[in-house]
Design a protein around this ligand. Structure first.
Ligand SMILES: [Zn+2]
Length: 332
């Protein structure tokens, strides 16, 4: 997407801080901070939320949610995108409903009550599986009784909860509109959760007349997975692909693993009808997957000129695909 947004009051704070603080401050934003425009009033609406609502949502079937923090869209039969447009991640969790049970693929920020929203969409018991365990995908895990987890140290560590990343998500410039009335920003943290069952690549979950299969797609994180509903041609890609700058700069990211994972997904493109990513916009066409591989290869072959972003990061834009990555080390 063409999203080189200038975040100003936020950026100013970021740019005057040390590198450690910069990373913390930038962790919460799924948009790109460019350096350095002019000042503006602190209270001004953040740049990232000015293009909202995104026009792509007009063609989706909206389902009324009783909680104003969430927007819910029915994107396929028995599949609901639960979108959080008031926080800069614009994270999207998916409720996938079968005849016997439903699976919630990610639980969002944990800022509002996702369990209540999901329970209003289905009367079936709900189990949880995370696309990976970054804070913006596991915030509501603690509310659920049954949670699948990948068998990685990264997953086990994150299941203990954390405060640092969560606090960055509610820093100045990260919220668009109102936080829920009873939300306490100062106390906000990712609450710990219990992993009920460890799962792995190829693991199948039968929801009743709908089977989901885990495809391990490490790279963005060691525990990143995609989820395929073969019968219905749906591929849920988490943060391995979504139509916004794809984060590949964090220390837990492994670029070689990411390349292997996206090649695996691209090979599935002929079998699927819809790609459902975890940020900004819920629906993409399968032909984006081979293009993702070509774009990533072009970046790694040095064919794409990087654009500086904040604190040691750069963006690589290849058509409608953008990667946010660590800036190359200067030559000694
Ligand atoms: Zn992530």
């Amino acid at each position: 997407m063409n999203l080189l947004l200038v975040c100003w009051s936020f950026c100013l704070a970021v740019c005057v801080s040390g590198p450690q603080i910069q990373d913390l401050a930038c962790v919460g934003a799924r948009y790109i901070v460019s350096l350095p425009p002019g000042p503006s009033a602190a209270a001004e609406k953040p740049e990232w939320c000015k293009p909202l609502p995104r026009p792509e949502y007009k063609s989706l079937e909206r389902v009324l949610a009783t909680d104003p923090w969430f927007e819910v869209y029915k994107v396929a039969p028995g599949v609901y995108a639960i979108y959080e447009p008031h926080q800069s991640e614009e994270v999207i969790s998916y409720l996938i409903v079968g005849h016997k049970q439903a699976l919630l693929f990610d639980t969002g920020m944990g800022i509002a009550n996702i369990r209540r929203v999901a329970s209003q969409l289905t009367s079936r018991p709900i189990v949880v599986l995370n696309s990976h365990t970054h804070d913006d995908h596991v915030g509501g895990n603690w509310q659920f009784n049954f949670i699948y987890g990948m068998d990685t140290d990264f997953t086990r560590t994150n299941a203990k909860g954390s405060r640092e990343d969560a606090q960055a998500e509610v820093a100045s410039g990260e919220i668009c509109g109102d936080l829920p009335k009873n939300f306490d920003s100062a106390a906000y943290q990712t609450k710990p959760w219990h992993i009920s069952m460890f799962v792995h690549d190829g693991f199948k979950i039968n929801l009743g007349a709908r089977t989901l299969e885990i495809i391990a797609t490490p790279g963005h994180t060691p525990d990143a997975i995609s989820l395929i509903d073969r019968e219905n041609g749906l591929l849920f890609t988490g943060d391995t692909y979504y139509p916004a700058p794809i984060w590949l700069f964090r220390p837990e990211t492994n670029l070689d693993a990411y390349r292997q994972s996206i090649a695996r997904l691209a090979a599935l493109a002929p079998q699927i009808n819809m790609v459902l990513g975890a940020h900004n916009i819920p629906v993409a066409k399968p032909d984006v997957l081979p293009r993702l591989v070509a774009a990533f290869d072009a970046v790694r072959a040095g064919k794409i000129t990087p654009t500086p972003a904040s604190s040691g990061k750069v963006t690589f834009k290849v058509g409608d695909i953008t990667f946010l990555m660590r800036a190359p080390e200067p030559n000694p």
